[in-house]
Design a protein around this ligand. Structure first.
Ligand code: NAD
Length: 484
């Protein structure tokens, strides 16, 4: 079957090849409600089969020269560069992504492929000093089969950032994508890597619901789980993995603050804030969820942000508008309840606060306090809550009011004061003079507190840590003498 053959994923999953599984799953476009594909849906027995194939294939894969693994990643990058439009089209239709977001995401996947090719060839251990005349090394070895569970919002990159380095480092991978984005978040990646020459059995994509994810977490031959999703699910997975003595890398929710200090260019600051809150309808773990604005510039910032929000077109992203629908009615209702609940508690609606179908208008709330639900909770929708502060200590106190710790932005005329501020903020990521949303394949990405366990993805060191285990090996030329 060809790479572009849409029939490739009709009724199928990817387990040792394109196969039918026990069930099927309809994929619908959130913008229209139309069913745009049907894929196979897996259960525990399918996960079992996928893991068995992985165990078998991994031994030989790990024994191949690293250059062979790097070459598969490079070929996949070249194929993606030529046919990026296929992935962009799926991300627009299946995930409701704007064209810009989808193109940005496809670019991140390409960067991840190049990064994985390089990771395969990196040094993978240390030569140690020893108290004996011997060779003593700590070397990293692949763990075997890595289980990856991924969410719907940036489905391609959030799967790719674990799948690609894990494969490049000599592992097999079983991926369970979110059932709403099984193609852009999984099956596409399988088609790409198959076309690039990845041997069969090393990567399995099992679309499915929570039960399939649980089976992957439980599987005795999956020693490492890489999970990206909600804090609620992450807690369950972390607990289970702990009990089973397996490693779980948990990348969870966020409620990210952007501090805006006096003296900054308000138009530029509001533009950064609008991007941070509204990109992909606010459905990003790093979304700017709280705008903390100094009293001196508060009124002007709120007015400029509200004007920007009101001017952003929302609609079916296939028509080219920048903002599309939220993923489903459940998500929309949750967002709306947080907005109306905050207004009822005293927040002011500056713009938005309405929806048609799944299209939620970019919304700005002002006079938000830590007691309002829009401040206290992750919204995961296109809503910018703005809170006023008077002193730096107050701003830091407001940042710390959230138990999440993923990303913080600081807009300031004194960049090094912003840099020093990073010391006082418990956050996995701090951007000075930028909003909170960013990702680069070479940067170690991850959160603390309720955003995760401090695990990192991105860059050689973090990925080698995540997807290999250490073996201490000593070699001496003869057996030494012992007292008895
Ligand atoms: P979710 O946790 O409901 O689902 C994510 C994935 O986990 C899906 O594939 C789902 O089927 C699976 N899953 C859910 N419960 C499971 C369980 N008990 N066992 C095994 N698998 C299970 O997340 P969601 O609401 O769809 O996604 C949005 C959330 O993800 C937000 O909280 C967002 O902040 C977070 N997120 C975090 C990052 C990050 O890098 N930190 C990135 C993107 C999204």
């Amino acid at each position: 079957m060809g790479f572009f053959d849409q029939g490739q994923w009709t009724g199928r999953a990817y387990v040792g090849g394109w196969v039918r599984l026990s069930g099927t799953l309809e994929v619908s476009a959130p913008a229209t409600g139309d069913v745009i594909a049907t894929v196979a849906s897996g259960e525990a027995a399918d996960v079992d089969q996928a893991v068995s194939l992985g165990v078998e294939a991994q031994r030989e894969w790990a024994a191949r020269p690293a250059e062979v693994r790097a070459e598969v990643m490079r070929r996949a990058a070249a194929i993606l560069a030529e046919h990026q439009d296929v992935l962009v089209d799926w991300l627009v239709r299946e995930a409701g992504s704007g064209q810009g977001k989808a193109t940005f995401e496809a670019g991140l996947v390409a960067a991840e492929l190049h990064q994985a090719a390089a990771t395969a060839l990196m040094p993978y251990g240390q030569l140690l000093q020893s108290s004996h005349p011997r060779l003593s090394v700590a070397r990293r070895r692949p763990v075997g089969v890595v289980g990856v569970i991924s969410p719907f919002n940036f489905p391609a990159i959030l799967a790719a950032r674990s799948v690609l380095p894990a494969l490049a480092l000599g592992n097999a991978v079983v991926l369970k994508p979110d059932p709403r984005t099984s193609i852009g978040g999984g099956l596409f990646l399988a088609a790409l890597l198959e076309e690039a020459g990845l041997p069969a059995g090393l990567l399995a994509i099992v679309p499915g619901h929570v039960e399939a994810g649980k089976a992957l977490v439980e599987h005795p031959e999956v020693p490492v789980i890489s999970f990206t999703g909600s804090t609620e699910a992450g807690r369950i997975i972390g607990e289970r993995a702990g009990r089973l003595l397996k490693r779980a890398h948990l990348e969870l929710g966020g409620n990210n603050a952007m501090i805006v200090l006096p003296g900054v260019d308000i138009t530029a600051a509001a533009s950064a804030g609008a991007w941070g809150s509204f990109l992909h309808q606010g459905q990003i773990c790093m979304t700017t969820g709280r705008h903390l604005v100094h009293a001196d510039i508060y009124d002007e910032y709120v007015a400029t942000l509200a004007a920007k929000a009101a001017g952003i077109p929302v609609g079916d992203p296939t028509s080219g508008v920048p903002l599309g629908p939220v993923i489903d009615a459940g998500q929309r209702d949750k967002v709306h309840a947080l907005v109306t609940g905050s207004i009822a508690a005293g927040a002011r609606l500056e713009t938005g606060g309405t929806y048609e179908g799944l299209f939620y208008q970019p919304t700005v709330l002002s006079a938000v306090t830590p007691e309002h639900p829009a401040f206290a909770e992750e919204i995961f929708g296109p809503v910018a809550p703005v809170t006023r502060f008077d002193t730096m200590d107050e701003a830091i106190e407001l940042v710390r009011r959230s138990d999440y710790g993923l990303s913080v932005g600081v807009l300031t005329t004194d960049p090094f004061a912003g840099y020093e501020l990073a010391d006082r903020i418990p956050s996995g990521i701090v951007h000075v003079n930028d909003q909170t949303v960013d990702d680069e394949a070479q940067a170690p990405f991850g959160g603390v507190g309720e955003s995760g366990t401090g695990a990192r993805f991105g860059g050689h060191e973090a990925n080698i840590d995540a997807f290999t285990e250490t073996q201490w090996v000593t070699v001496q030329s003869q057996i030494q003498a012992y007292p008895f």
